[in-house]
Design a protein around this ligand. Structure first.
Ligand SMILES: Nc1nc2c(c(=O)[nH]1)N[C@H]1C(S)=C(S)[C@@H](COP(=O)(O)O)O[C@H]1N2
Ligand SMILES: [Mo]
Length: 439
């Protein structure tokens, strides 16, 4: 790069050291006087040169935001049963996320649903001899069910339910949080069919002191040691007894795919994906908060009170994540598309809000200076994501970003910047942004 004091390309700098690149563009982080939310003129010309065009609303670009045009592109890697566009974050155990534009279906197809394995999937996932044990200290009559028993003894329900990993968005935390560096793609909303956990729990009988359920799956620990449990999490009884909490045997009208927990999985929509146990072999009804693997310590917990980024937090000051926060994703248009001037671009996507529903989704094309309301559809059922849509006209040629911001029915809104740093990088519900060019 030949502009001003930029000896190196901004793309390269952003890829390698986003903080240094950000300082070059906006001014020093340590000097709030130079960071009033305006690009330095050297920064503006460098950004314009890197993007290859002018930025009509550059005056409104807030400091500290890495232009969406610099977002990482996808890599080709084929997972059986998955589309090639999925991005593999880890292969042992397998974790892969879905780029936003592959999530444009109202009901997420199996081929496009993210995968998060903590261990090695079981070798045999045949439904025929599968057993689900229900036990624990707060159950009256411990019992084992085959899948045929479940289908015969209880009514079957179908719900469309969101599944989002608690760590979705982790890649944006600074200081960096360890774990899979999910960007935006650890979310999906398939249709699940199964029996209600409530009906099964009522059949075995709960004791008065029941407070929590905990699942155990049939997957193997990455160490290969058979006695080691991979993950065993759960939810409070109130969540377990909700209509939509399912012991599912089908996804999108077919047997659950192996990677997603065949032949039986728990689905607790709106809560961290880790509450939805795959390859479900056992449910314990507990007389205390379930203390299985990855329920304790810092796993799937955030500081009970806000902390300084990078701060050490004691385990006893960490609280279990329950309902996920309000969030949205622009899925109609991949980041980086080019549009002829004067065309109207239809911007659409999905919004969701954990246990609650979404009240509105607003869009901005001028870096958040003004917002317009989109058309928002009701969910297919409680805990399903909601479609938003709006035709957008861009006033003149140049580089734009489209920002989407959802608000839930309780008035809670997505933040523009990455919220509440936490040691494990959970719950990043910052607004989704895409880059777009008009020529
Ligand atoms: N038995 C078992 N259940 C599990 C996991 C696992 O590794 N083993 N991963 C959990 C996590 S962290 C998430 S986010 C979801 C991912 O579900 P998916 O792979 O079907 O998308 O499954 C959850 N259930
Ligand atoms: Mo997860």
């Amino acid at each position: 790069m030949t502009h001003g004091r930029f000896e190196r390309g901004l793309f390269e700098l952003y890829a390698e050291d986003p903080i240094a690149a950000d300082e070059k563009t906006w001014g020093r982080r340590s000097d709030p006087q130079t960071r009033r939310g305006f690009l330095r003129s050297a920064g503006l010309s460098a950004l314009g040169a890197a993007i290859g065009m002018s930025i009509p609303f550059s005056k409104g670009m807030p400091a500290g935001l890495i232009p969406a045009a610099f977002a990482a592109t996808t890599q080709p890697f084929q997972i059986p049963g998955k589309e090639s566009g999925l991005v593999v974050l880890n292969d042992r155990p397998l974790s892969a996320e879905t780029p936003p534009h592959l999530l444009n279906d109202l009901v997420t197809p199996a081929s496009r649903l993210f995968v998060r394995n903590n261990g090695i999937p079981p070798l045999t996932t045949s439904a025929d001899n599968w057993k689900l044990e229900i036990g624990g200290e707060s159950v009256q009559n411990a019992r084992s069910f085959t899948i045929t028993d479940l289908k015969r003894e209880f009514p079957t329900y179908t719900y469309q339910l969101q599944l989002e990993c608690g760590g979705n968005g982790r890649a944006e935390f600074r200081p960096r949080a360890p774990g899979n560096q999910w960007t935006t793609g650890a979310i999906g909303c398939p249709e699940w069919t199964g029996v209600r956990l409530r009906d099964v729990l009522e059949a075995v009988g709960l004791r008065e002191d029941a407070v929590y359920i905990g699942y155990t799956g049939a997957d193997l620990h990455p160490s290969g040691q058979p006695e080691k449990v991979v993950i065993s999490r759960g939810v409070p009884i109130a969540k377990a007894l909700e209509d939509e909490t399912l012991i599912a045997f089908a996804m999108n009208g077919e047997a659950i795919p192996d990677l997603h927990g065949a032949p039986l999985r728990l689905v607790c929509g709106g809560w961290p994906g880790s509450a939805s146990g795959k390859w479900l072999g056992r449910i314990d009804v507990r007389n205390r908060v379930h203390d299985g693997v990855k329920m304790t310590g810092k796993a799937y917990r955030v500081p009970c009170n806000p902390v300084t980024p990078g701060q050490n937090v004691a385990d006893e000051d960490m609280c279990i994540i329950e309902s996920m926060p309000v969030k949205s994703l622009i899925t109609s248009t991949p980041s980086g598309t080019v549009h002829p001037r004067n065309t109207v671009v239809s911007i659409g996507g999905f919004a969701w809000a954990g246990d609650d529903s979404v009240a509105s989704v607003d869009l901005s094309i001028d870096f958040g200076q003004t917002w317009t309301r989109s058309k928002l559809s009701p969910p297919a059922n409680r805990l399903a994501w909601q479609r938003f849509e709006r035709s957008v006209r861009f006033p003149r040629p140049g580089y734009y970003e489209v920002w989407a911001r959802a608000t839930d029915e309780r008035g809670r809104m997505q933040p523009m910047l990455v919220p509440g740093w936490n040691p494990k990088g959970y719950l990043n519900n910052a607004c989704h942004r895409i880059a777009l060019r008009v020529v």
